[in-house]
Design a protein. Sequence first.
Length: 323
Amino acid sequence: MTTVETPLSPKVGRGRRRSLPDNGYRGMLALTAIVFGALAVWFLVAVILQAKPAFATLGVGWIFGGTWNPTHGQYGLLPFILGTLEVTAIAVVLAFPVGLGTAIALAFLVPMRVRPALSTTVELLAAIPSVVYGLWGLIVLAPVFRDTVEPFLTSAFGWTGLFNGPNNGTGLLLAGVILFVMILPTMVAISRDVLIVVPTDQVEGAMALGATRWQVLRKVVLPGSRTGILGAFTLATGRALGETVAVAMVIGNSPYIAHSLKSSAATIPSLIVNNFGESTGTELSALFGAGLVLLVIGILVNSAARWLVWSTGHQSAGVEVGT
């Protein structure tokens, strides 16, 4: 008897053929993960091997030395570590309130018809090359800081000791402001995307109960999106820690510890980019060691941020369970 095959008749091996694309996709993802992991390990091992001669020759204490003078065999990294942390702190302190406020405005306060244009304008800041930011800071902002901003800050806040010294224009403060502008698009874009996914029924329910717009933002929107906001803060901080060219152009590149926000300083990235091309021997190895130190700082910052995200998420879950 001949079997007539209809469109609904089961086909032999159909289930097996359907599973092949899934298996292939999983295999491709696994291979990608393995390759990525291998590249990360290779990168880390290569940096450690290149930095090993410096640690073998100088020990570990050279990292905390206060003098960088390769001519006399001195490779202290402390001024550059402090410069990196100080510039990043200035940028983040400025970017967090401004970025979060801008994100809230774009998500809830600005009229709907102008939101796309403003969002695109903010995001376009991320497409500007860092060298252009450096030129802008050096040519345009530095004279303004020297003639207006720094004298005002000295007269208003000189008693704090943060603005001692001559008004040079370039220095820690200008570098921090340039970094602030550079990391602002990251902070705004991610925070805005997190804010707009807060459940609408929660927002509308709070407003139906008589809450004002400010109360809704403060007690409903921000608590519901704080984990994502911390993630945006982490990414912005990571961007600030590793920025090189723009900072090197406006920070002054002084190998000494800065004693005020107007002082010239240097960061680990600016140290590497300014000295790598002419370095050999122990100095070259010390620069790789500086890169390793910067990598460790970045890992510590990201680990701390992940812990904050984890603890915030658990606190939110505890509150929900308690209610």
